[in-house]
Design a protein around this ligand. Structure first.
Ligand code: BG6
Ligand code: MG
Length: 221
C-alpha cells in the first residue's frame, strides 16, 4: 500500500517547466546557440549544469563563462517566476494535496531544482509538504534514484510504499530505479515507462489513483 506521494515540482505541480524552457531559450539566443522546444525535451527534469552542457554541445567555454551562463539563466528564470501565485497550480493539484492530507498520506517533493522552496512558497502549498528533496539534497541527480530516496527517508517510509508523480523521462527512470511506483504525466514517448500514464491530474481523485496503482502492482506480482 502507498503511504506517501512524492511529487516532482516543475511540470507536475505548476507549469514552471515552461519558464525553465523560456529562460534557456533567452540565454541560447543571446549566445547564438541553436536551441528550440524540441531540443528542450531532452532537458526536461535535468539539473542546471547538465542542461547547459547539453545546450552548449561542442561549443567550448571556460569554467568561468560556464558559471556565469548558469547564473544568467537562473536570473531569467527568477524574473519569470516573480508573478506566480496559487493560481498557477496545475489543475487537480490542490484537490489531490487536500485529499492526501485527509487520508493521512504523507506528501513529499522530489525536484532537481535549487529554486524548489521558493516556488512552493509562491504557490502557497509549502504547508502541505512533509519533506523536500531538492537540487541541494543529493549529489547524484535524476535519473539516479537518490532525490526520491532522500525524500522517502525523510518521510520515514520505504521506497515500495512511495508513489512518484513525474513529467520527465529522467524522473520516471529515477523512480523505477528506486523501486517506487510511478505515475507519468504527459505523452507516452516521454513517460511511457511509468506504471500509469495520465495526461494531467485534473479530474482524478486519490481513490481512483490508488485503485489504478494497486491494479498495476497486482498484475506485476
Ligand atoms: C528541474 C527542471 O525540476 O530542475 C529542470 O525540470 C531544471 O528544467 C532543474 O533545469 C534545475 O533547476 P534549477 O532551478 O536549480 O536551475
Ligand atoms: Mg518535472
Amino acid at each position: 500500500t502507498i503511504k506517501g506521494v512524492i511529487f516532482d515540482l516543475d511540470g507536475v505541480i505548476a507549469d514552471t517547466a515552461e519558464y525553465h524552457y523560456l529562460a534557456w531559450q533567452k540565454l541560447a539566443d543571446e549566445e547564438g546557440l541553436s536551441f528550440d522546444r524540441q531540443i528542450n525535451e531532452a532537458l526536461r527534469g535535468l539539473p542546471r549544469r547538465e542542461s547547459l552542457l547539453h545546450i552548449l554541445g561542442d561549443r567550448h567555454v571556460s569554467e568561468e563563462q560556464f558559471h556565469q551562463m548558469m547564473i544568467r539563466k537562473n536570473h531569467y528564470y527568477l524574473e519569470l517566476i516573480q508573478n506566480i501565485s496559487p493560481a498557477d497550480l496545475l489543475p487537480g493539484v490542490r484537490n489531490l494535496l487536500a485529499e492526501l492530507k485527509a487520508n493521512n498520506i504523507r506528501i513529499g517533493i522530489g525536484s532537481s531544482s535549487k529554486n524548489a522552496k521558493e516556488v512552493l512558497q509562491r504557490l502557497g502549498i509549502i504547508d502541505f509538504v512533509d519533506a523536500i528533496a531538492d537540487g541541494y539534497s543529493v549529489i547524484k541527480p535524476k535519473p539516479a534514484p537518490d532525490t526520491f530516496l532522500h525524500a522517502a527517508l525523510q518521510l520515514k517510509i520505504n521506497p515500495c510504499e512511495c508513489l512518484i508523480i513525474e513529467d520527465a523521462e529522467a524522473g520516471v527512470t529515477a523512480a523505477l530505479a528506486g523501486g517506487m511506483s510511478v505515475i507519468g504525466l504527459g505523452p507516452i514517448e516521454r513517460v511511457g515507462n511509468a506504471h500509469l500514464v495520465l495526461e494531467n491530474l485534473a479530474e482524478t481523485s486519490w481513490q481512483t489513483l490508488e485503485n489504478q496503482i494497486s491494479q498495476v502492482q497486482k498484475s506485476l506480482l
